[in-house]
Design a protein around this ligand. Structure first.
Ligand SMILES: CC(=O)N[C@H]1[C@@H](OP(=O)(O)OP(=O)(O)OC[C@H]2O[C@@H](n3ccc(=O)[nH]c3=O)[C@H](O)[C@@H]2O)O[C@H](CO)[C@@H](O)[C@@H]1O
Length: 407
């Protein structure tokens, strides 16, 4: 492999909040490695949410591309990304490009690198639902990236098996998911700093003691339209429970923000708030009794915090936590969401079982495994038995000062 001043030049390209969270610990590990020159290019696919993550992990970008325009189609975004990423490849001539997951930014970065014969490493390789329209367009993006990459960093044995079944050319390694590295770094920071904990809790003055928190996130394209109306119907019904309080950080996409505000804006114990920065969101997950979500990352994080998760999708590319019993798929039908939440709120034994499984997604060492692979060092792959259950970081009761809690 060509080197620059005998160091390997690695260009990491990403564009959205979840990619930034999952790439942050890896980029930090790359920067700490003397044999690597690490460069960062952000595409700006979710610029405002991305900046919070970059600041939190103290990351400086080398290139910021502003590719987003109002009412952009996926095709015009794709074209803009090719046009913006190629000059960065020309200028930096990296020895390797790293991309993460399944966004359009990651797909274009991998194909643009492939066209220039620059090797690509795919972090979080091998996730599959088996349906190219769900999630859309992410499932197709994942497949394109895995085809073009020569290093496939699979988070779990299941994702490695998906890759092996497809007989891809790239070399495959089970690393665990870097999101667990990010979560552990963040949870440790919260745990070690009482002042920070207090400041974070002050962001939730509306939380009441004596009511259990149902934390909701939902933003997937497949759920736009009727899906969101059904989700809102279920939440309206659940809000009638006297023991519940619902907090929903609402994604800024108008297809989500519009219906959710219209359907739920008038309910006293449903708190619609802006998307939170990662520190605050981790703190809110710690307070949650149950998490209801259509997010990928939240499904992976919650088991480490001992939180049962109900997933508002019919399929998931993350079957490991379903098998472990922490995650249950409930789709978007109101009846099924309501039944899932009611069961976890009413049945203590069920809640205990769902909150105590070991996290199958990682042990906090994924980034180091990836760096060691890039440096040609031997690596012990991730086994589920190595995962660490962060029971000590779960906070079942609220610790916000009483005067801050709404009566
Ligand atoms: C179903 C699916 O295709 N998901 C993809 C999507 O992520 P995913 O569905 O996880 O995207 P989300 O926007 O839900 O982001 C989740 C992340 O954001 C954090 N969070 C959430 C709410 C909030 O207010 N503040 C906050 O910081 C969560 O803790 C989590 O770490 O893009 C990722 C990055 O390529 C891929 O890995 C996932 O496969």
């Amino acid at each position: 492999m060509a080197t620059h001043q005998s160091r390997i030049r690695i260009l990491s390209i990403f564009g959205t909040r979840p990619e930034a969270i999952k790439m942050a610990p890896l980029v930090k590990a790359l920067a700490a490695e003397p044999g690597i020159e690490s460069l960062i290019c952000v595409t700006g696919q979710h610029q405002s949410m991305l900046e919070q993550v970059l600041a939190l992990f103290d990351l400086k970008t080398d290139f910021t591309l502003n590719v987003m325009t109002p009412h952009q189609t996926l095709n015009s975004l794709t074209a803009a990304l090719y046009g913006a990423i190629d000059p960065v490849l020309e200028q930096t001539r990296p020895d390797r490009v790293l991309v993460h997951g399944d966004t359009t930014s990651a797909m274009v970065a991998s194909m643009a690198s492939f066209h220039r014969r620059i090797p690509v490493g795919h972090v979080e390789a091998g996730l599959r639902t088996g349906d190219i329209y769900s999630p859309w367009p992410e499932e197709m993006n994942r497949r394109c990236i895995d085809l073009s990459a020569d290093l496939l960093f699979a988070p779990t044995a299941q994702s490695r098996d998906n890759l092996l079944d497809e007989r891809l050319q790239g070399r495959c390694l089970v690393t665990g998911n870097t999101v667990i590295d990010a979560l552990q770094m963040t949870a440790r920071r919260i745990e070690q700093d009482a002042q920070l904990r207090q400041a974070l809790d002050q962001q939730f003055p509306f939380l009441k003691t004596g009511r259990k928190l149902l934390l909701v996130t939902g933003h997937r394209r497949e759920n736009f339209g009727d899906g969101f109306l059904d989700i809102c119907k279920a939440l309206r019904h659940l809000a009638q429970r006297p023991d519940i309080q619902i907090v929903y950080p609402v994604h800024l996409n108008p297809s989500v923000l519009g219906p959710v505000t219209e359907q739920l804006g008038d309910l006293l114990n449903v708190h619609l708030i802006k998307p939170l920065d990662y520190l605050a969101f981790v703190r809110l997950m710690q307070h949650a009794h149950v998490i209801l979500t259509d997010s990928g990352g939240v499904q992976e994080e919650a088991p480490s915090l001992g939180k049962p998760v109900l997933v508002m999708r019919d399929v998931t590319e993350r079957p490991e936590a379903v098998a472990a019993g922490t995650v249950r798929l409930v789709g978007t039908s109101p009846a099924s969401i309501i039944a899932g939440v009611d069961a976890l709120f009413d049945d203590k034994a069920l809640w205990r079982r769902a909150s105590q499984a070991a996290n199958p997604y990682g042990d906090g060492k994924a980034s180091q495994r990836i760096v060691d692979t890039l440096m040609g060092r031997p690596v012990d792959e991730f086994l589920v038995g190595q995962s660490q259950f962060l029971q000590g970081w779960a906070h079942p009761t609220l610790s916000a000062p009483r005067q801050l809690l709404a009566s």
